[in-house]
Ligand binder design. Structure first.
Ligand code: MN
Length: 206
């Protein structure tokens, strides 16, 4: 049996300080994004878990369709943000390009790193409203595939493992770049932690 604490989500710590991604991501922007927005999805998920628990305890009906829609949205937000922080690294640590099995997989699928970067940038810029660009991995075909996620949960291929995700909700860049998503995406490429992305792929294909 899980302890009560284990049954709920917690905001994970960042793997670096709030000022670690300056000048590409400011301390204010990162603090707000992590402490308010990411926390919001943690709280939203836990609130829905508690709502389900209460309805089951009291044996009353819930609007399951809307409850599960909320849950999918909030869990998606929680998980994607947890991945996103780990995809980033201080500019000095970030190796400029992927290496090892990651670059092999990218080259096999996209033809070159430049082509992958161009396509990923295009889907990031093209998300209508709020969402994410993602590089995922299909274990059946052993191929990395792009995903353009709307909100946190729409257009997701179920069970595909995420390798690299980029938050393009305006809340992730408006302090630093106002409404200029393009500038934010350019900055993102300077702080990708390719080593972590490669390690994630290694764990997936093991
Ligand atoms: Mn976000």
């Amino acid at each position: 049996m899980n302890t009560n604490e284990e049954k709920f989500y917690k905001l994970p710590d960042l793997p670096y300080g709030y000022d670690a991604l300056v000048p590409y991501m400011s301390e204010d922007q990162l603090q707000l994004h992590h402490k308010k927005h990411h926390q919001g999805y943690v709280d939203g998920t836990n609130k829905t878990f508690k709502k389900l628990e209460k309805a089951r305890d009291e044996n009353v009906d819930l609007d399951m369709k809307s409850t599960l829609k909320d849950l999918s949205f909030n869990i998606g937000g929680y998980l994607l943000h947890s991945l996103f922080w780990n995809n980033l690294a201080p500019a000095n640590d970030g190796v400029g390009k992927p290496n090892g099995i990651l670059i092999d997989a990218i080259n096999d699928e996209f033809g070159s790193f430049e082509r992958f970067q161009k396509e990923f940038t295009e889907i990031a810029l093209g998300v209508e409203g709020s969402g994410w660009a993602a590089l995922a991995y299909c274990k059946c075909t052993k191929r990395p595939l792009l995903m353009q996620i709307e909100k946190h949960n729409v257009n997701v291929y179920p069970a595909f493992k995420m390798l690299l995700v980029l938050d393009v909700w305006e809340h992730s860049y408006y302090i630093d770049y106002k409404n200029d998503r393009g500038k934010y995406v350019d900055a993102f490429w300077k702080i990708v932690n390719w080593k972590k992305v490669e390690e994630r792929l290694e764990r997936i294909i093991k």
